[in-house]
Design a protein around this ligand. Structure first.
Ligand code: C2E
Ligand code: CA
Ligand code: CA
Ligand code: CA
Length: 278
């Protein structure tokens, strides 16, 4: 490419078109993906790092497109947000997550909460509380077994965040702040909101044992969260060393490849059944 001569526009144009094309491709296939049953939920265990008992699950969407193959949620969720398709996709995720959790409970497996990621557009949807309430009623899942994960940036409109989160709490649903530390909110700001859990972003957890700065950030978040009575969850735990340090700092609840990748519902059933025998 370096020898192409001086015309930068000509150099960049094809790539630019490729990106636009990919986006349009995703958007048009995304429109039909729900009815064509191309989405699937995976579930990642959240557990106690000491005794390794599962205390929760996070629900993560997967999309297998016949035309595009497997597309990462990191790529298609932002496009779904831009196009408004996130409303129907998000509704499908909530319904399926609650339905599946109720199914496990009906099978007599240990009852644990399931966490669902809410997108900004859903958070700003005036009917979201009603929708969640309807889904709980429809599936028969008790609200205490649903956790809604939101990010710091969604809470920036404090009036809206307070109203919405209070209404979620009224329903009996728990609230977690996802990717904590990557936004600009302080813990003192969050302490004014009715939040239950804080998930430390994986970028701080990764290599904690090798990078002092990350370790002290994680340690500080854990200490402050304790003082505010928030449950802390460390995300992206991949090694024994990270796990050991987290326990030392007082963070018991963890999630990461070290304990389990996101998996299909059948694999979750097996894990939960094992736990029952212990
Ligand atoms: P997230 O909510 O922060 O989810 C955690 C991501 O980290 C997941 O990626 C998970 O597979 C990955 N992960 C878990 N443990 C480890 C680990 O030990 N190491 C590493 N390197 N990664 C780990 P995934 O499933 O690709 O999802 C990416 C993002 O897409 C999610 O980040 C979330 O923001 C979004 N997303 C996924 N499912 C949904 C959904 O149903 N609704 C909405 N609105 N967003 C979703
Ligand atoms: Ca999440
Ligand atoms: Ca996260
Ligand atoms: Ca994330």
């Amino acid at each position: 490419a370096k020898g192409d001569g001086g015309n930068r526009l000509q150099f960049y144009e094809p790539r630019f078109h490729e990106q636009i094309h990919r986006k349009m491709d995703i958007e048009s296939r995304l429109r039909k993906a729900i009815e064509r049953k191309e989405f699937l939920l995976h579930f990642q265990p959240i557990l106690n790092g000491r005794d390794r008992i599962i205390t929760g699950l996070e629900c993560l969407i997967r999309w297998q497109s016949p035309e595009l193959g497997r597309v990462s949620p990191a790529e298609f969720i932002p496009i779904a947000e831009e196009t408004g398709l996130i409303h129907s996709i998000g509704e499908w995720v909530l319904l399926e997550a609650c339905r599946q959790n109720k199914r496990w409970q009906n099978e007599g497996l240990p009852k644990i909460p399931i966490a669902v990621n809410l997108s900004t557009q859903q958070f700003n949807d005036g009917k979201i509380i009603e929708r969640i309430e309807n889904i709980l009623n429809e599936t028969g899942l008790a609200a205490e077994y649903l956790v809604i994960e939101i990010t710091e940036s969604m809470t920036m409109n404090k009036h809206h965040a307070l109203t919405l989160l209070r209404n979620l709490k009224k329903l009996g649903v728990s609230i977690a702040i996802d990717d904590f530390g990557t936004g600009y909110s302080s813990l003192s700001y969050l302490s004014e909101l009715p939040i239950d859990k804080l998930k430390i972003d994986q970028s701080f957890v990764k290599g904690m044992d090798l990078h002092n700065v990350n370790a002290s950030i994680v340690n500080t978040i854990i200490t402050m969260a304790e003082n505010l009575n928030l449950q802390v969850i460390a995300e992206g735990v991949e090694t024994e060393e990270e796990c050991r340090l987290l326990l030392q700092y007082g963070c018991m609840t963890m999630q990461g490849y070290m304990f389990g990748h996101p998996m299909e519902s059948g694999a979750v059933s097996e894990l939960l059944a094992l736990e029952q025998l212990v």
